[in-house]
Write a protein that binds this ligand. Structure first.
Ligand code: PAF
Length: 278
């Protein structure tokens, strides 16, 4: 497995793969790899000849009061996991090679970013779009794989790829959960035993929405109210709860199958997100 640290070398490596007729799959990550990331790698491997994983804790997507400094960094373990999983190359840049000190161009998505995570994390999706656009230009993938866990992020990246004509396919892979339903996340490591228990409230709240669809309920507002109450009773501080159109991410008033239910809530200081397609 190659470990590549500069954008130029990464571009050269990918061009070489393309010259020999191989397709390249990219899995962009911020490291601290867990089963969820490994499933993205497996998805990329089924679609492409060679897989590149990027490991980069992107400073521009963290707000001033967020966890950039304490975000878990486990590079040696991440490299070992990638190697075991058959990854062909890891792109492991430092911030200084990713961002010029006087960088003045960024990618701003203005349609889907306003609500949900975008409302509570101003500037977050600009940082995500900019770094992902850069990673696309650096790793030159044919396919890029993202997790459904970050549903809004995946929708925004698909929109960016469409609107800026990136020559690649975006694949969204399903959420991987612990046996008790908690969605895998690098931030789960922050949780105390009691907070982890609270965190189960997210997937259970989503279960209420699925059950409501199954029994033919139609008042989305009422279902959202019940989900919110469930989160609060679990001891979580709610950031948002919503049921939205899968494409536009606009909230719906009439509940129907095929919509997306989205939740974000704090267990102690840790912000957790989850979603499900109904
Ligand atoms: O989902 C993530 O881990 C990050 O937002 C991403 C896509 C790697 C961009 O930094």
């Amino acid at each position: 497995m190659e470990v590549i640290i500069t954008p130029e070398e990464m571009q050269g490596w990918s061009r070489q793969q393309h010259r020999t007729g191989l397709t390249v799959g990219l899995v962009p990550t911020m490291g601290c790899l867990h089963e969820g990331h490994l499933s993205l790698i497996d998805t990329a491997a089924t679609r492409c000849d060679v897989v590149v994983v990027s490991l980069f804790v992107n400073p521009t997507q963290f707000g001033p009061n967020e966890d950039f400094a304490k975000y878990p960094r486990t590079v040696e373990e991440d490299l070992a996991r990638c190697r075991e999983r058959g990854v062909a190359a890891v792109f492991l840049p430092q911030a200084a090679v990713m961002y010029a000190g006087d960088a003045s161009v960024s990618v701003v998505e203005e349609g889907l970013s306003g609500r949900w995570c975008g409302a509570s994390r101003p500037g977050h999706f600009n940082g995500v779009c900019t770094v992902v656009a850069k990673l696309f230009n650096i790793a030159l993938p044919d396919v890029a794989v993202f997790g459904q866990k970050d549903y809004q992020q995946a929708a925004i990246i698909k929109r960016m790829v469409r609107d800026l004509n990136f020559p690649l396919e975006v694949v969204v892979a399903p959420i991987i959960r612990d046996d008790d339903g908690l969605a895998k996340s690098s931030r789960n490591g922050y949780l105390s035993v009691a907070e982890r228990e609270m965190g189960l409230g997210l997937s259970r709240a989503l279960g209420l929405a699925r059950a409501a669809v199954a029994t033919g309920e139609s008042d989305a507002g009422e279902v959202v109210r019940r989900m919110r109450q469930h989160l609060t009773e679990a001891g979580l501080r709610v950031d948002y709860v919503g049921i939205a159109d899968v494409e536009t991410l606009e909230p719906v008033s009439v509940l129907a199958a095929g919509q997306v239910a989205l939740v974000a809530a704090y267990a102690g200081k840790t912000r957790l997100i989850d979603n499900t397609i109904l």
